[in-house]
Design a binder for this molecule. Structure first.
Ligand code: BG6
Length: 529
């Protein structure tokens, strides 16, 4: 009898992932968090590590060392982390705390990094342990920190010693434009091998983003349709209801919607939706295909930019029943700011598979609600046989459809909901019961919450574990980052050269009105989630 590959609901059916988890448990590893007093460490990294430890994924030989400039004892650091820990993880943190330590060091001071090295040698595994340096730092410190770590001899791979790997995890933003991303890549490549560098994009750690790959390449029924012959349009939305509160304005104003979300998170989602099938699930096989999409991605040229893109910022409005200030009134936004909080672009991917299919990308802050979603809209049948408006003569119906004054319904839309709902839905038309031949919309729905009894793990859990176990699939390679910046730079300079206006939209709404005009003819409109 043939052996059936079986995966029960809720289980990990992937043998290589299981092997990685085991490897993670057996490997003595030291995670050094540089920037340990920052928000990311407290809010994301330590809770994620605590869950991983509680789940038995980190093994006995694993330890964490927090590093920042402020002198502090191990106990004081642990107390600080515990105080901020979500209540449900406090007990798990108490069990994990003995493996968490703290060392004051200044990344600009070589002596303090040499002392850090001495401390690491005293931790389990000593110098033979694998080491991961997590740079939870301001972006201008990424290059100088790796320079200093290298000068202190902390990131050199120790040839012949297994598993004494040395890895560096780098947070976003990786560069501010193509030139700065290239400069940072080349600085890092002077000190590290590419396979030592783990560039984070937390969207790739989201269960539903990873599912884009699984859904496409495990379900053969969609594959024949996944191209320009059958797909009319793809739209990707990341809508947020938050603004730039909580002291983020200083960073955000130097970035804006295009750099902060579209260049990284959204292009990663796009590359998973549009990539060719990889030959295996190896990191390089997947990243090779993703980068091809990014290289083939084109935004509007300067003379098309006003027609095919929108940039805007929020004005005062009401979100969730609360009055909220305009972007320009947010604390920390400089007077005269020209930063956008909303971007919408009609782009194209010049590959054999996608040529001519619009990829509509939209992101905005302070919109009506928070949702991230991909919609794949399939072409309509060649003739619309049904739903002729009552009283309209067949010839008038035919003419109206032909000249576009009447649009055919788009019955087949596949919606991949990434957050907050984690779901997949396929729409189609069914005959409405009765004597008339009238087609009505219907849906097939799948919801992760209903199907699986475990909640999706937070993105940082998956990403930290992958960095510890050495799986770079969900991290960005240098060429992906550069291809994404090439696209973003093209839009930014197009806006400048093409005179793209910065329009306003009321907070709590659906963004500027003009954004619907990026859709042509009967292509439809932006999803409202
Ligand atoms: C960050 C951006 O990378 O992602 C933020 O800097 C944004 O501006 C955040 O709010 C959104 O992440 P998520 O996971 O909540 O969609």
């Amino acid at each position: 009898m043939p052996l059936m590959l079986h995966c029960s609901i809720g289980g990990r059916g992937d043998a290589s992932a299981a092997a990685r988890y085991r490897r993670g448990m057996d490997t003595p590893a030291q995670l050094v968090i540089l920037g340990a007093s920052g928000d990311l460490t407290v809010r994301k990294l330590m809770p994620a590590l605590t869950s991983l430890a509680a789940g038995g994924h980190l093994g006995e030989g694993f330890s964490v060392l927090g590093v920042s400039r402020r002198p502090m004892t191990d106990d004081a650091f642990r107390a600080q982390i515990r105080d901020a820990m979500p209540a449900e993880r406090a007990a798990a943190f108490d069990a994990f705390a003995p493996r968490v330590g703290y060392q004051a060091a200044d990344v600009n001071d070589l002596d303090s990094l040499l002392a850090l090295g001495e401390r690491l040698d005293t931790l389990p595994g000593g110098a033979d342990a694998g080491r991961i340096f997590y740079l939870a730092l301001k972006p201008d410190l990424f290059g100088p920190t790796v320079q200093q770590l290298s000068a202190a001899g902390l990131v050199a791979m120790r040839v012949g010693v297994v598993p004494a790997f040395r890895r560096v995890v780098i947070e976003k933003p990786f560069g501010h434009d193509l030139a700065s991303a290239k400069a940072l890549n080349s600085e890092l490549h002077g000190l590290l091998r590419e396979d030592q560098i783990y560039r984070i994009d937390h969207y790739l750690g989201k269960e539903t983003v990873q599912n884009l790959l699984g859904f496409r390449f495990h379900n053969a029924i969609f594959e024949p349709l996944w191209n320009r012959h059958h797909v009319e349009l793809v739209q990707i939305t990341v809508a947020e209801d938050i603004g730039v509160e909580n002291g983020r304005a200083g960073y955000y104003d130097t970035s804006g919607a295009l750099r902060d979300m579209l260049q990284n998170h959204m292009l990663q989602v796009l590359s998973l939706i549009a990539m060719e099938p990889p030959v295996s699930l190896e990191a390089e096989a997947i990243r090779d295909q993703k980068v091809q999409v990014l290289r083939a991605l084109h935004g509007p040229e300067p003379d098309e930019v006003v027609r095919d893109s929108v940039r805007a910022r929020y004005a005062r409005g009401v979100v969730g029943g609360q009055e909220v200030p305009a972007y320009l009134e947010e604390e920390g936004v400089p007077e005269g700011s020209r930063t956008e909080t909303y971007v919408a672009i009609r782009a194209e991917i010049d590959t054999w598979r996608w040529r001519g299919v619009p990829f509509m990308l939209r992101h905005g802050k302070r919109l009506a609600k928070r949702f991230t979603e991909v919609q794949v809209q399939f072409r309509t049948p060649p003739l619309q046989l049904f739903n002729r408006p009552e009283g309209m003569a067949p010839s008038a119906f035919r003419r109206a459809l032909k000249d576009g004054t009447l649009c055919q319904i788009r019955p087949n839309v596949l919606t991949l909901s990434i957050q907050p709902r984690e779901a997949i839905s396929l729409s189609f038309g069914v005959k409405r019961p009765g004597t008339a031949m009238v087609m009505a919309p219907a849906h097939l729905d799948f919801d992760y919450r209903d199907a699986f009894d475990v909640p999706s793990a937070p993105a940082y859990e998956r990403l930290l574990l992958d960095a510890i176990t050495g799986d770079a699939t969900l991290f960005l390679r240098a060429d992906e980052i550069e291809a994404s910046w090439r696209f973003a730079d093209g839009i930014l300079s197009g806006w400048e050269l093409g005179g793209e206006p910065l329009v306003e939209y009321p907070a709590g709404g659906w963004g500027p009105e003009g954004a619907d005009e990026l859709f042509h003819g009967c292509e439809g409109t932006w999803s409202r989630g």
